[in-house]
Design a protein around this ligand. Structure first.
Ligand code: ZN
Length: 619
């Protein structure tokens, strides 16, 4: 399968001019060492500057390019990605087609696979370690009789942690003691670390590093939350909060970051409370703890530092109204009664996150709907594979076009391209700042699917929002010959008027378009009274020298004289450049004498400005 909808203008859309040129040069000079395709992935090795090779990876689907990636870690569409894609367009015979991993594995028997794993592990201890841990985890899991869904999820999350190199639950530091089937981490190291960090940054004016080190500790608790392990999350959070509450004043809080950090602590603690089961005694113990912490903080001037955690402890998941909401009963009341606190939406967001981790998707949908978290609701509908419901509800629930774009992209990534396109089309009717991006997205998908007219219409919408020569040229390519004159005329008139009345358009792009189309007068109209865009003014002066030398003389001289009048020596070089254009224009009109008269006049008038005189004499 080829990458659909791929063309040079698409590559130019996402890479800047110099990157594109570099990529083009790599292709011409044979810097593409290899291109391979397996399934819907294109991988290439590109020799960059200084003979360093980079690996690019292009993912695509029937809707065109999905993601691009390169080992250079530069701009997303770097020169190596450009070279790869240009190679795919212009030299497709270079691409070696391979079966994808699944197809290749299916052809092997068990002994071959064993041999392969041993061979890979022989010279690579990291891989060996990975296989040993991965397979041991599977053994451990299959022995465990209580293989409920959550257990499986924890295993799969552990495996993904192994594969991504992040340490999982069992590798937690200072693990000791046992409670039920869980290993409970030793809290002491965390308390010590917090003390150490506070000591290290004590009295320093900038607390950013201290907060980021403390946040890393909180992240360890959040890892446990992700694994559904509330006990260990609490075992990590409690000492962190305990010590921070006692000692935080030793950090310089003049920037406010150290007091804001209580919000992070509260969020993480609330998550740790809500992810696990808790006995009544434990619940009471934590309520008491929070009261003690708050008592200390009252004297430090921090109010209500742990509102989310306290509400989590008081309501838990057992609040009668919450329970009704979760099972999908129509409830007109709120769990908060009449006075809904400001932080209610934050607690809802935490509850949704926890329900997602616990894979309680129906409860998630019920809560999101009741609390009017419509975007979360729609995203969850994708996760539970209900794309038709996303379309139906999306048309009622979406408010902004950027929401439609995110939703459409998520639908696509989950394999629901038709529904994605329907949502994107609807999104074009919504307000927001992403109309152009959404229209481009829609145009590209339609191009990949061979829907020329739809791709054209969407691209025109994108162009009207953010005109560029690149998209103008693509519109030309997509339009039929009989459609083109009218489209061209309308678009050029429109952008000309719009540029003169509003400034949101990029003037450089508009000048590009007008000069490309040979519409010198329109370009002149835009820069005629323009006082800022120096480079664009010069480009139009250059372009007009042959056809409109009189305008160049008038405009360039006026600009130079204005700078002289202001006697702003900083801009004398600019003035000299304008005069140079005027001089060339004089030559063009064969009025060389008039130029020297004009120049001499200036020399006389500004005889007292030596810097200026030196510049004038060079002309
Ligand atoms: Zn690169």
């Amino acid at each position: 399968m080829k990458i659909k909808g791929l063309n040079e203008l698409l590559i130019r859309r996402y890479s800047d001019i110099s990157t594109y040129k570099k990529g083009e040069k790599y292709l011409k000079k044979g810097n593409i060492l290899s291109i391979e395709q397996h399934g819907q992935t294109l991988c290439a090795m590109i020799e960059g500057d200084n003979r360093i090779s980079f690996e690019t990876k292009i993912l695509f689907d029937i809707g065109g390019i999905l993601d691009v990636d390169c080992s250079c870690e530069g701009a997303n569409w770097c020169e190596h990605v450009v070279a790869t894609l240009l190679g795919a367009i212009n030299q497709p015979e270079m691409i070696k087609h391979r079966l994808d991993l699944k197809e290749l594995l299916e052809k092997r028997n068990l002994d071959e696979l064993k041999g392969l794993i041993i061979k890979i592990s022989e010279n690579n201890t990291d891989m060996e370690h990975l296989f040993v841990r991965y397979l041991s985890e599977i053994d451990a899991q299959s022995k465990s009789s209580s293989s409920d869904n959550l257990g499986k999820d924890i295993l799969s999350s552990k495996i993904s942690q192994l594969l991504t190199g992040k340490d999982g639950v069992s590798g937690g530091e200072g693990a000791s003691g046992k409670e039920g089937d869980f290993v409970i981490v030793d809290s002491n190291p965390f308390a010590k670390k917090v003390k150490h960090i506070i000591k290290k940054y004590e009295g320093r004016p900038n607390t950013d590093d201290a907060i980021s080190e403390l946040s890393a500790l909180v992240d360890e608790a959040l890892e446990f939350v992700l694994n559904g392990d509330g006990r260990n999350a609490l075992a990590v959070m409690e000492p962190i909060i305990n010590i921070y509450v006692q000692q935080w004043m030793e950090l310089d809080g003049s920037l406010g970051d150290t007091s804001l950090f209580f919000e992070d602590l509260d969020m993480a603690f609330a998550k740790s409370i809500l992810i696990g089961e808790m006995t009544r005694d434990e619940n009471r113990k934590y309520i008491k703890k929070i009261e003690q912490w708050q008592q200390k903080l009252d004297s430090d001037g921090i109010d209500n530092a742990f509102v989310l955690s306290m509400a989590s402890l008081l309501q838990g998941w057992d609040d009668p109204i919450l329970r009704l909401i979760l099972i999908g009963e129509k409830v007109s009341m709120s769990v908060w009664g009449k006075n809904i606190p400001e932080y209610a939406s934050l607690l809802t967001a935490i509850r949704l996150e926890i329900l997602d981790i616990q894979k309680k998707y129906q409860e998630y949908l019920n809560l999101a709907l009741h609390e009017e978290c419509f975007f979360d609701y729609l995203m969850m509908l994708i996760k539970v594979k209900r794309p038709e419901d996303v379309v139906e509800n999306g048309k009622r629930m979406l408010i902004y076009n950027y929401q439609a774009l995110t939703l459409a992209d998520e639908l696509r990534r989950n394999g629901y391209l038709n529904e994605a396109i329907e949502i994107a089309e609807y999104g074009l009717t919504l307000e927001g700042a992403s109309l152009s991006k959404l229209a481009l997205w829609l145009s590209e998908r339609n191009e990949a699917l061979g829907e020329r007219k739809k791709a054209l219409d969407a691209l025109i919408i994108a162009f009207r929002e953010e005109p560029s020569l690149n998209d103008f040229l693509r519109i030309r390519e997509l339009a039929n010959n009989d459609e083109w004159p009218e489209i061209r005329n309308n678009l050029l008139t429109e952008i000309g008027k719009a540029t003169l009345s509003k400034t949101t358009f990029n003037i450089s792009d508009i000048i590009d378009i007008f000069l490309h189309e040979g519409l010198l007068n329109k370009a002149i109209k835009i820069v005629d009274k323009e006082s800022e865009h120096y480079k664009e003014v010069l480009r139009v002066l250059d372009a007009a020298i042959k056809e409109k030398p009189e305008w160049v003389i008038k405009n360039a001289c006026a600009r130079a004289e204005e700078i002289f009048e202001q006697a702003n020596a900083k801009h004398y070089n600019k003035a000299a450049t304008f005069l140079k254009k005027a001089q060339i224009a004089y030559n063009q009109t064969k009025m060389v004498d008039l130029w020297s008269d004009y120049k001499n006049g200036l020399l006389k008038k500004h005889a007292t400005k030596p810097k200026l005189m030196a510049l004038l004499e060079k002309l």
